[in-house]
Design a protein around this ligand. Sequence first.
Ligand code: NAD
Length: 472
Amino acid sequence: MVDFTAPYTLLIGGRPVETAAQLDVINPATGRVFAHCPIAGATELDDAVAAARRAFKAWKALSFAERAAYIARFAAALEAHQEPLARLLTQEQGKPVGQSKDEITRGATLSVGMTKIELRSEVILDNAERYVELRYLPLGVAGIITPWNAPVNLAIGPLTSALYTGNCAIIKPSPFTPLTTLRIGELMRDIFPAGVINVLAGGDELGAMLTAHPGIDKISFTGSVATGKKVMASCAGTLKRVTLELGGNDAAIVLEDVDVADVAKKLFFAATVNSGQVCMAVKRIYAHEKVYEALCAALIAEAKKARLGDGLDPTTTLGPIQNRRQFERVRELKADAARHGQLNEGEPVPSGDGFFVAPTIVTGLSESDRLVAEEQFGPVFPVLRFSDVNDAISRANQTRFGLAGSVWSKDLARAQAVAAQLEVGTAWVNQHRITMANVPFGGAKESGIGRTYSRLGLEAYLEPQVISVLKT
Ligand code: NAD
C-alpha cells in the first residue's frame, strides 16, 4: 500500500529518489501552495534512461501475455487506491472528486482493455522460392510527456502502449500536476521490475531534455500545438518516433430535428466537464436557426444549475481552472467575447483566491472572434447560428485544429453523412468525448500526429522488421 502522507519521491530504477530542489504545487481551488515534490534535472534523467535501457533487455523478452499480467496487476492497484488518488488529483488539478474517480477507474479499464488487442507477426509470402515475414520489435525507451488537465488518463494510454509492446518508459508529468503521477509511480514500483517504468517530475526544460536525449527512442507528447511543434523539431535531432496528441477546437453541429432539452444537457456537460479543460471538449456549437433560441435558453438554464466550488466538496459540479496562466487566458478570451457578443453567465464564482470562472454561453460571435477561432480550454463557449448545413460544415472546418467534432440529429443516416465531412480524427454522432481501448483516437491537421489506443496506437511503439529468406 502507498503511504499518502509520505514525502513525494521520483522513481528511478525501482528506487525512490529525493532531490534538494523542490517544486511548489498549488491547489487551484485556493490559489495556495499545498505540497512540494522533487524536481529532476539532467543527472536524474541520465540515471532514469540508463535504468530503463538496462531493464529493456529482460522486459522485451517477455511475451505479450506476461506483460499483460503485469499491467492487470497495475490496473487492480489503481482501482484499490482510487479514493486517495482521486482526492489528491482533485487537490492538484481542481476537478470535482467524482470526475477524478472516473479518471482513475477509466485509466484502469483502458489499460486492461488495450492488452486485449492482439499483435502478431504476419507471413507475407511463403512459396518454393522465398519466405517473407513481417514482425514488430519494441523501440526501446519511450518518454511520455503529459499536460495538467487529465494527468492520469493521459499517462495511462501511452504508458500501457509502451509497456505492453515491450518498451520501457519514463513519464514526465506537467509541473502544475506532478503529484498523482508520482504516487502512481510508487504503486508501480511494487509491481514492475526495476527500471521498466521511471517517473520524473520537472518543468518544461525537463521535457525538452527528454526530447533531445539520445537514449530515448520515442516521445509520446500530449499538450498544446505550440509545444508539440517544438517537440517534433527537437525529436528530429535523433529521429525519435513521435506521437503528438495536441489541442482541439471541436465543433458540435446541431440539426433542426433534435430534442433540445436532451441535447442541451449533453452538450453542456461535454463543453464544461473538467471546467472545459479537455482536449476533446465541445468548444463551439453550431445550431440550426430553427432550434437556436431554444438551445441557447436550455444551455443557459444548465449553466445556472452548475455549482462552482472546491472539487473536494461533493456538491461541486464545476471546479476551478487548473492554473493562474490558464485562468488569465480564459478571462482574456471572455473579455474579448464581451466586446463582440453577449455573455450569458451561470452562477457567480466563489469568493477567495481560487481560479474560478463561471460557465458562460456566448451568443452573437463569428469565426473571426477569438473565442471561436482559438482553443479556450475553459467553461466559456460560443453558440453560432446556421441555416444551411453545408455552411455549418464549412465553418466547422475553417480551422487548423482537427481533433474531433460531433453532429446531433434524430436522423442517424443524415447525421453520419454530415459527420463524414468534418476534417477531424473522430466525428461522433449524438455523443461527444467517447474513447475506447480498441478505437484509435488522435488529431487531424495541427491537432496531432498518430493515434492513441487500438492496434494503431500500439504499433506506434513498434518498429516493423521484415525477415526475408531466399530458399533456393
Ligand atoms: P503544454 O504544451 O504547455 O505542456 C504539456 C507538457 O509539455 C508539460 O509536461 C510541459 O512541462 C511539457 N513541455 C513544455 N515545453 C516543452 C518542450 N519545449 N519540450 C518538451 N516538453 C515540454 O500543454 P498544457 O498547457 O499542459 O496542456 C494543455 C493543452 O494540451 C491543450 O492545448 C489541450 O488541448 C492539449 N491536450 C491534448 C490532448 C489530446 O489527447 N489531443 C489531451 C489533453 C490535452
